[in-house]
Design a protein around this ligand. Structure first.
Ligand SMILES: Cc1cc2nc3c(=O)[nH]c(=O)nc-3n(C[C@H](O)[C@H](O)[C@H](O)COP(=O)(O)OP(=O)(O)OC[C@H]3O[C@@H](n4cnc5c(N)ncnc54)[C@H](O)[C@@H]3O)c2cc1C
Length: 380
């Protein structure tokens, strides 16, 4: 089939959380937009699955993310209302680590200038308030009460449904094979047809390197584990349990309550093997569980049991762990959105605004220097 008659202004390739947010944003702004995905999102083969994602402003990674979190939360609330579905649950988030460590110091540095509320708890106070949690000596917790948890699959579904309602076209289970720049236009070839568009937004997550091998991106295998929460043994109902991130001697770990399923998710942040999305080891091994078991032994001993479920997911990392939201050099109509490094989900609707501004030519480069492609010498 030759669909050269289909002439959307913009094509969004990849409809994980970044692509579905971009599709929605462009449709909202009145653009004729087509979204293409090789699969049928939400699906469990990329980066946007697994029932829960933390959204927090205690941004130890860099304080300049804070305004973007605030904007994203506002947008998520609007999306939730419009789609009439529940996407966000306020849980609070504990940052746990050495008092002078990267996590607690960074969280404090991010929250304080924005007058965002937080509470510092020593190990004793933590034990009184969260009897299931043990902190090592010299460690503290910083509670950000306004933080919470997003439901990733529902977020993707809601954004795609709203985008469709606003006039976006979707073609699912249709893989993009290649594109060609014709100056003002791109000719995009898929397994089933050819499309012509003025602007291309590339949101292919872990598959980005297949198209643009020169980008400084590396995929990392991550494993999420779910444990049954027995409220009496844990001495707290799951509804009253905050999300947490912990800086330990063995690296970073996080925990997320999922009361709808009666499960608590635990995973290690980074520390995974490098991988490729099409040749990923999706089977979960005993050795994947070992660091998690060790973490639970020390921090949440009452939760230690065989996991109820486990699933593999992929991080797409840049060398400095910040995102790429930029156009390719000398190609202003080709926008790259690689917002992962294990912490991109929460920002999706705010990043989509930035990407749409780039696509419309309202800005010549990303507002956040942190997201520019030019920061990587010799890239692209
Ligand atoms: C285990 C885990 C935990 C995380 N925890 C958090 C968290 O707590 N908080 C947070 O903010 N972030 C978190 N993140 C990061 C966040 O989930 C990612 O930043 C985000 O999901 C990236 O989405 P994406 O749309 O870029 O990629 P994806 O969701 O992988 O989407 C890419 C899409 O492109 C499609 N595609 C690929 N190639 C083609 C092609 N040739 N043609 C058509 N379509 C194609 C794929 O099918 C896929 O649907 C976590 C990530 C993981 C893996």
């Amino acid at each position: 089939v030759n669909r050269l008659d289909d002439r959307p202004e913009c094509i969004v390739v990849g409809l994980g959380i970044m692509g579905s947010a971009c599709l929605h944003e462009l449709a909202k702004r009145g653009h004729a937009v087509l979204g293409l995905d090789q699969l049928s999102p939400p699906h469990p083969l990329g980066s946007s699955h697994g029932h829960s994602r933390i959204i927090r402003a205690s941004y130890f990674e860099h304080p300049s993310y804070v305004p973007l979190v605030i904007r994203a939360l506002e947008l998520w609330r609007g999306i939730e209302l419009e789609a009439q579905t529940s996407l966000f649950r306020r849980t609070g988030c504990l940052s746990i680590g050495p008092e002078d460590g990267l996590l607690c110091m960074g969280a404090r540095r991010a929250l304080a200038p924005h007058s965002l509320p937080f509470e510092e708890l020593d190990a004793e106070k933590v034990l009184i308030r969260y009897p299931f949690l043990r902190l090592p000596q010299g460690h503290q917790a910083l509670l950000e009460p306004l933080a919470g948890v997003l439901h990733p699959e529902r977020c993707v579904q809601a954004l795609l449904a709203l985008a469709r309602r606003k006039g976006a076209s979707l073609r699912l289970n249709e893989r993009v094979l290649r594109w060609k720049s014709l100056g003002r236009h791109f000719k995009v070839a898929t397994e089933r047809g050819t499309y012509l568009a003025e602007r291309l937004l590339l949101c292919v997550g872990p598959w980005m390197k297949k198209f643009l091998p020169e980008l400084p991106l590396a995929c990392e295998r991550q494993v999420m584990f779910w444990f049954e929460w027995d409220a009496s043994r844990m001495e707290r109902a799951l509804e009253q349990v905050p999300a947490l991130i912990a800086e330990t001697n063995e690296g970073f770990f996080y925990g997320i309550p999922e009361p709808e399923r009666g499960l608590y998710k635990v995973a290690r942040h980074h520390g995974g093997a490098s991988c490729e999305p099409d040749r990923l080891e999706r089977e979960v091994k005993e050795e994947d569980l070992r660091p998690i078991a060790q973490f639970l032994d020390r921090y949440m001993p009452a939760l230690r049991a065989r996991p109820k479920e486990a699933r593999v997911c992929i991080y797409t990392n840049t060398p400095d762990q910040h995102f790429i939201v930029d156009h390719l050099p000398r190609q202003e109509n080709l926008i790259i959105i690689s917002a992962c490094s294990g912490h991109g989900f929460k920002f999706a609707p705010a990043i989509a605004e930035e990407a749409a501004d780039l696509a419309e030519g309202k800005i010549k480069g990303p507002r956040q220097q942190l997201f520019s492609l030019s920061r990587f010498a010799g890239a692209a």
